[in-house]
Design a protein around this ligand. Sequence first.
Ligand SMILES: *Cc1c(COP(=O)(O)O)cnc(C)c1O
Length: 391
Amino acid sequence: MNDQIPIAKPMLGEPEIAATRRVIESGWVTQGPEVAAFEAEFAAYVGAKYACAVSNCTTALHLALLGVGCASGHDVITVSHSFIATANAILYCGANPIFIDIEANGFNMDVSAIEAAITRDTHAILCVHQMGMPCDINAIIEVAERHGLPVIEDAACAFGSEFKHEGRWQRIGSPRGAVACFSFHPRKVATTGDGGMLITNDPELDRRFRLWRQHGMSVSDTVRHGSRQVVHESYSEIGFNYRMTDIQAALGREQVRRMPDMIPARRRIARLYSERLGAIKGIGLPVEPAYARSNWQSYCIRLPLGCEQREVMQKLLDRGISTRRGIMNAHLEKPYLDPDQSIASSLVRSEKAQAECIMLPIFAQMTDAEFERVVLEVTNVLESVEAAVVA
Ligand SMILES: *Cc1c(COP(=O)(O)O)cnc(C)c1O
């Protein structure tokens, strides 16, 4: 169908085209001046001291976990109910993810379940701001501090989201945890094609991220290139190639400039969805806690009881509306399957959220006509399915 409404749509245009052209014409195309400028502008926007750009958020999570010393035999408390990269990054370090359930009234970590999961082997807490909705980071930090554990924030979807700390609104990434990791995949609110960012207020962590992202090399390409003296680099530890290119960074700088337009536009659509869909019998609308202001990376509804998720999604697709099922659960995927099922039994809310929720189209440039079509079709489909359930 040619007038299919997609689930998401990156906001890209002339400024991004001009920016990438500028980089190509400059002749310097990877981790150089544009990456440095993007880092500075991103740090200023979220309110952090240090920002280190990397190839994507998965590599950012890997470096963040290494940065707090995660290694073989360590446990990291996290949620299964997240994109699989969250759990995978823990395995990359040789550590074990310890999955806890999500809260009753949302899709983020159930803070009340953390303490019971802490053991002698616990090394860190990796929380997720799921779909851009801030988790209760203040409460998580409080538990973590009591047990001397570092907190890493998977903020892949949360660029532009805010939380309240001591009565003041702050952006996610004005660090509360040791490190926050962001993604610039096209499915997120701002994109560089692919890309990631590590945020911290700790200069030593930032120094190590910079070392690790380019093979552990002691001297950067830009420094060697600009030097009037011959410089030989050294490699004091094993690093990775997790670099971002200058082409991506130039794109990212334009995306940061669009944030003051993109975030209010998404918030408006989310508010209108909640106003218009609330009347549907049995529907569950996303809840924004008093301490949170979402960027609405996704708008996720819980289907009325008895609605079959796949059937609803197919009917909407047939009417030109793309949706996605609720967030996945890592513990249901093959690499994480638990033979004795003891994990699954404690993740009931996580499993229900995956099975009973769907995400609706949301993007900053969504037109009123597109919005009205989604509302109309969702209402029609849910009412027809509901009628069939009752009959
Ligand atoms: C998208 C996403 C990631 C991975 O980000 P990439 O940039 O694609 O590596 C990690 N965690 C969460 C919660 C995500 O939504």
